[in-house]
Design a protein around this ligand. Structure first.
Ligand code: AMP
Length: 363
């Protein structure tokens, strides 16, 4: 099947009433501030909502229109796409949108204008491509081990499909790696093919900063919008146990994000923060034309050498942006008003409409 072409999307946009654009998204993840921000910038809003999941959106009154579906994945169905186009919708993607709609569907059959660069979504989703983007940008990332026999310090082991931290484990030697793999196999958590694809990287012992940027293609500028730190189960519960009990209980912690705290970084590290953001934008422009567009996130750990080490990226609105729906310390410095990521996105779309430059921000 062919990919949804930019020409096709521009043709659809041509038929849109630009004075009546609706900002739409899937009801999950970061949709509250995407839609709240769109309303603040004067747009109509629509939510594609799975039956039974509508309550937060009704109670917070963020959507003018509800498109109810049996399951989130139905957002790519023809009738839903028709409804979206009929309301001149521009869809703002987020993590759950990509996960539920499916990357292949977003690339091949979702013929609704989307904010940002749809081609880059695959680059953040596939670990090897993501790594290529970071290496090409000369961004400091965790050292990667190709062979478990080489493990010579604490490493973090990740499996494909286990993103989000379930089933990750820490090991410090080839023996410990093998023992933990055997234990996971005997519990039926992993298969042999998973083991071949295990991703082994340096365990970065440091503090977590997930840095939210907005790249404005209209202004060619990287803006620092906010930062969060993750609250992860079960590790954050586990570390509340006294060390003696941690050693005695037979629990293997996981790293599943359950919430986020807003955080600010030491001011002297902001030079590195801007540097890595600029580098990722440059790298993406080289590898996935036209590059990043709109929200992106770099998930980092800062070690005691004050190095900002990037272990993950998102090329769309990341979940941690929920920590600054009314603005962050950083978006305050830039905008002096409650600027969420959703509102910043809507403002970019509004500016693009005013400048007749929607083609620069839509894909
Ligand atoms: P991820 O699925 O890559 O976002 O990782 C989930 C969580 O695992 C992170 O939020 C960190 O707490 C932890 N983590 C991931 N990679 C590393 C690493 N290289 N060193 C230490 N902790 C890590």
């Amino acid at each position: 099947m062919g990919k949804v072409s930019k020409e096709k999307i521009l043709e659809i946009l041509d038929g849109y009433d630009k004075d009546n654009i609706t900002i739409a998204t899937l009801g999950s993840h970061t949709s509250l501030h995407i839609l709240n921000g769109a309303k603040a910038e004067g747009f109509r809003t629509a939510i594609v909502c799975e039956k039974g999941r509508e309550i937060p959106y009704e109670r917070f009154d963020v959507a003018d229109e509800f498109i109810m579906v049996d399951k989130f994945a139905d957002i790519v169905n023809d009738d839903v796409q028709d409804k979206l186009r009929a309301m001149n919708a521009i869809v703002v993607p987020h993590g759950s949108f990509v996960a539920y709609a499916g990357l292949d569907n977003v690339e091949d059959i979702f013929e609704v204008p989307m904010f940002g660069n749809r081609d880059i979504l695959r680059w953040e989703a596939e670990r090897d491509l993501e790594r290529k983007l970071l290496i090409n940008g000369d961004v400091r990332i965790p050292y990667k081990y190709d062979d478990p026999a080489d493990i010579d310090r604490a490493v973090m082991v990740k499996f494909p499909g286990a993103r989000g931290g379930r089933g990750y484990f820490v090991a410090s030697s080839p023996e410990e790696f093998n023992a933990k793999i055997e234990a996971m196999k005997s519990r039926g958590w992993i298969e042999d093919e998973d083991i071949e694809q295990a991703h082994i990287e340096e365990y970065v012992c440091g503090c977590n900063y997930c840095i939210h940027y907005f790249y404005s293609a209209l202004n060619d500028e990287v803006e620092l919008m906010g930062m969060d730190s993750r609250y992860e189960s079960s590790i954050d519960g586990f570390v509340r146990m006294p060390a003696k009990d941690q050693l005695e209980v037979d629990l293997s912690p996981s790293y599943v994000v359950t919430g986020n705290h807003p955080v600010v970084i030491r001011e002297s590290l902001l030079t590195q923060v801007f540097d890595i953001g600029d580098k990722l934008v440059k790298s993406a422009a080289e590898l996935v034309k036209p590059g990043l567009n709109g929200a992106f996130c770099m998930q980092t750990l800062v070690n005691d050498n004050l190095e900002v080490v990037v272990f993950e990226t998102s090329a769309r609105t990341d979940g941690g942006t929920n920590t600054f729906m009314e603005g962050s310390s950083y978006s305050y410095l830039k905008y002096g008003e409650g600027m969420s990521m959703g509102r910043r996105t809507a403002r970019e779309i509004k500016n693009a409409i005013e400048q007749d430059a929607l083609d620069k921000v839509i894909t």
